[in-house]
Design a binder for this molecule. Sequence first.
Ligand code: DOR
Ligand code: ZN
Length: 316
Amino acid sequence: MDKITISKPDDFHVHFRQGELMKAVLPSTLKWFGRALAMPNLRPKPVLDTRDAKRYRGEITAAAKEAGHPDFEPLMAIQLTDKTKPRGIKHAQQAGVIAAKVYPIGVTTNSDNGVRSLKSCALTLQAMQDCGMVLSLHGEKPGVFCLDREREFLGVLDWLVESFPSLRIVLEHITTFQAVAKVINLPETVAATITVHHLFLTLDDIIGGGLSPHNFCKPVAKRESDREALRHAVLWGNPKFFLGTDSAPHPRDRKECASGCAGVFTAPVAMPLLAQFFEEHAGKNWRKGLEEFSSLHGAKFYGLPKNSGKLTLIRR
Ligand code: DOR
Ligand code: ZN
């Protein structure tokens, strides 16, 4: 098949940044995706409330229009901090914000005002459950050896599911065999995004030869056995797993330096790579698998209609 058409995909996890960098990177998402969930970890000020989210949505929409994509729909998330109030959640939800993102303090880029303890946010989480806002989790436990951070984070999911049985939770950009197993074993309210780069990379691609800063992200790519588990989760067609590219651009001098930023910029190549992955591994129904993973499962989990547009991919 040299040409396939699928429903327009959604990217349920992307970093658009702001200003000139946004203008430079946004077209790479507009080319492939109908909607995208814009991550709120902006610098110097993250997207924390309704006002920030409206302003950021305005900036994305304006840049999309300027780039010739007036129909692109940015999906908005606010960052949940220790200071987020239940009424702030309700207000944001009414303004169209669909998710609140938790960064445990200090685990990744721009997470220094992250959350110290999810348990101390119980009232806010209750408000999210009540109004149907999705909890989006950067699943790494701070202060733990880097390869074990995701695995050590998983325990808190049991508390979340028990305390908030109808809160929808997305464990973002999972990288381990244990995270795949955990998400499968938890109720339907828990899903996970998987990036394209984590289907291709292992830690060897970052530090196994010459140091490759452009493959460095958080959570860091792990072992071959972890990558295999992610590949199986994606190919299996389970609706709990869907695409969030975590495309995370940084200026070259912030990647190629002594203390480089985490983040892999995949937006320009994510859909072609994913199509290649499905064609090579999913058997004869690969087009259907690709469409479910990138265009259907995520929308369904978030309670959004499927995109009306189409994406055609041509091999060349
Ligand atoms: O690698 C990453 N880059 N992981 C994150 O969680 C944040 C992101 C960024 O903003 O650069
Ligand atoms: Zn991210």
